[in-house]
Structures are given as C-alpha cells and as structure tokens.
Design a protein. Structure first.
Ligand code: FES
Ligand code: FES
Length: 155
C-alpha cells in the first residue's frame, strides 16, 4: 500500500505493508539512515525520531499509524534552533565515541531542551534513561545537554 509521510518537512512516498515499522521505511525505503537499528524491541533508543516534536521509537511505530504527523530525524534536527545548539554542544565536547547511539541521544536531548530549557540533572536522567550507550558516554552527554542549555558544567 502507498503511504505519504512527512519527513523533515518533505512529503515522501513509501509503498510498503502498513505494519512495516517506521524505522524500516526511513532506512530501507527512503534512504534516511540517521535513525539506527539497535534492539528492534523498543528498549535501546537508537531509532529515536520526533513525531510532532515528541521523541518516539521508530522501530515500534507501524507506518500506517504515522498519518499526517511530522517526522523529524537526525538529518533534520539542525533546522531548528534547539537542535542546532545541541549538535554544536555535542561537537564541542566531542561526545560521540563509536557514534552508533548518538542520533537517538541527540533526538532525546533536543526534545528535553525544547520542553525544559534549563533541565536539572534529574530531568536529564529521566529524559535520557531510555537511550543506551554501549560506549558509556553518559557523562559527556549530560555535560553537552548542560552546555546546550547555557548552564554551567560541573567538573
Ligand atoms: S532499535 Fe528501537 S528502541 Fe532499540
Ligand atoms: S557512542 Fe558508542 S554506543 Fe554510544
């Protein structure tokens, strides 16, 4: 069946079964490969995208449920002021190690800062707890979120 979905501000067509996960459509049909396949069962956060600004696991979202929602991926997050600041902070603090989890981390961090511009450590932990990093970059992730929010980074 043909679906038209809005990804990063553009209407995109995919002719797939309705129960195909959005992650598969993005990566395999549309060639948008920033969102990563990690666990495939909703527990690692590597596939995180924004759906109308909310962080969602695209591996758990059938394409037929997307409708007219606006999907944003890591490829489009820098178009917004908050996403741009988050990406700059990530780069300045050299957050990524292998990098595999980082698109998902940045998507969750951007959603957090959009809702809570000056998050506390507890806010950060709560918002980021669903994003796993096998390289354990958690300390740098927290520092980059603080930097992007304009708060002092504690040593
Ligand atoms: S791949 Fe979607 S949560 Fe792990
Ligand atoms: S940077 Fe390697 S998994 Fe997070």
């Amino acid at each position: 069946m043909a679906f038209t979905i809005n990804v990063n501000g553009k209407a995109q067509q995919a002719d797939v079964d309705g129960d195909t996960p959005l992650l598969w459509v993005l990566r395999d049909t549309l060639g948008i490969v920033g969102p990563k396949y990690g666990c495939g069962v909703g527990v690692c956060g590597a596939c995180t995208v924004h759906v109308n600004g909310q962080p969602m696991r695209s591996c758990q979202m059938p394409v037929e449920s997307v409708g007219a929602s606006k999907i944003t991926t890591i490829e489009g997050i820098g178009a917004g002021a908050v996403g741009k600041r988050v990406q700059a902070a990530w780069s300045e603090l050299d957050v990524a190690q292998c990098g595999y989890c980082q698109p998902g981390q940045i998507m969750s961090a951007t959603a957090l800062l959009t809702k809570t511009p000056k998050p506390t450590d507890a806010d950060i932990d709560a918002a980021m707890s669903g994003n796993i990093c096998r390289c354990a970059t958690y300390t740098r992730i927290r520092a980059a979120i603080k930097r992007a929010s304009g708060q002092k980074i504690e040593a």
